[in-house]
Design a protein around this ligand. Structure first.
Ligand code: UGA
Ligand code: MN
Length: 344
């Protein structure tokens, strides 16, 4: 302000430059002091902007270590900025994904993680079918910046599918999904944590609308699934008068209590926590996993239809073709490999 007034005075030639009076000399001194103060403040703020918290007098090694630490912190912050945010207002989607090591695993999980990065308030519970966590999965989680819990639980030997067996003989993901459900029971509280549980297999295709549809699930919600059960669409049928689910269009084992794919429903978290008996089991007929958990949690009549009264497809039961690696095998026989030093 003072500077403004003084500048205006200079502009209007009100200051006698030739023979400065005492008053003017005071004003000039004040102006000089002000300019110096502004320059000092500006310079210090510039310096502080680039500062990353190093203390004076560190040895070069310690300084490098401290710089590396700051860099790691900054890149972690960047990653979490890239991922959609957590807010206290929205219920949390606990997405449970069983996964197992195979050549296409990283491709499938990369695609899934890039979808999840766009979903706010999503907590990814990923459970590896293995004795311990792998670095492939850990790296994907770290890269994505998604809030997650990384677990592992190996399928018991007698239930592990071998390559020659028909894939319908043994259920997949049972041990892993139950491990995730146990983690939820151990770590979340019905009155404190608001959210929904969704079983998101690693090779399906998910549209972002799906997550907003399921987010306000009160008990159990359902919707159509594309490319499931041998049909283009497998879906609940609604009673035109009441709008409630009163049947299914499923052709594969339509006699199941809930003939729905794992990707076709979500469960309210508080409701789930009140039902300790709700889980998956190895001792049920093939295709009955969904019915096995749902029978403890809901009736058909109670189901909440989503996706515009079950008229929209927001999830597809896609299956990734296993990679053909004959040429790689030929290389291996010669003691060579195409992925030396790389994570594929
Ligand atoms: C269908 C259903 O969509 C699955 O939800 C159901 O678990 C499965 O059938 C079944 O019959 O048990 P499908 O595509 O045939 O799905 O199964 P996969 O995608 O091969 O496996 C389901 C999940 O379990 C995947 O996330 C997969 O990574 C995981 N999985 C599979 C394992 O953790 N271990 C395995 O040995 C195989
Ligand atoms: Mn699948």
């Amino acid at each position: 302000m003072i500077i403004k007034v003084m500048l205006r005075e200079i502009a209007h030639n009100k200051l006698n430059v030739a023979v400065p009076s005492q008053d003017m000399r005071m004003k000039r001194r004040l102006l000089l002091v002000l300019i110096v103060a502004i320059v000092i403040i500006w310079f210090t703020s510039l310096r502080n902007r680039g500062k990353i918290g190093l203390s004076e007098g560190l040895s070069p090694e310690l300084e490098i270590a401290a710089l590396k630490q700051s860099l790691a912190k900054l890149s972690a912050e960047c990653r979490s900025l890239r991922s959609a945010r957590f807010t206290s207002q929205l219920p949390v989607i606990y997405a449970i994904t069983p996964t197992y090591a195979r050549p296409v695993q990283k491709a499938d999980l990369t695609r899934l993680s890039h979808t999840f990065m766009l979903v706010p308030n999503l907590h990814w519970i990923i459970v590896e079918d293995a004795d311990g966590p792998s670095s492939i999965v850990a790296n994907i989680l770290k890269q994505s910046g998604i809030t997650h819990t990384h677990l592992s639980a190996a399928t018991p030997k007698e239930w592990k599918l071998n390559e020659k067996e028909g894939m319908w003989k043994k259920p997949r993901g049972v041990q892993q999904r139950n491990t995730a459900l146990q983690w939820i029971r151990n770590n979340l509280k019905p009155d404190v944590d608001k959210g929904v549980i969704y079983f998101a297999d690693d090779d399906n295709t998910y549209s972002l609308e799906l997550f907003e549809e399921m987010r306000d699930t009160q008990i159990v919600s359902v919707w159509p699934v594309g490319l499931a059960g041998g049909l283009l669409v497998e879906k609940p049928i609604l009673d035109p008068k009441t709008g409630h689910v009163n049947g299914w269009n499923s052709v594969w084992r339509p006699e199941r209590p809930f003939p729905v794919d794992m990707a076709g429903f979500a469960i309210n978290l508080s409701h789930f926590l009140k039902h300790p008996e709700a889980k998956f089991s190895f001792n049920v007929q093939s295709g009955y996993q969904e019915s096995e958990i749902l029978r403890h949690l809901t009736t058909t009549e109670q189901l909440e239809p989503k996706a515009n009264n079950c008229t929209k497809i927001y999830v597809w039961h896609t299956r990734t073709e296993s990679a053909r690696l004959q040429s790689e095998k030929n290389l291996n026989k010669k003691g060579l490999r195409s992925d030396a030093g790389m994570e594929v």
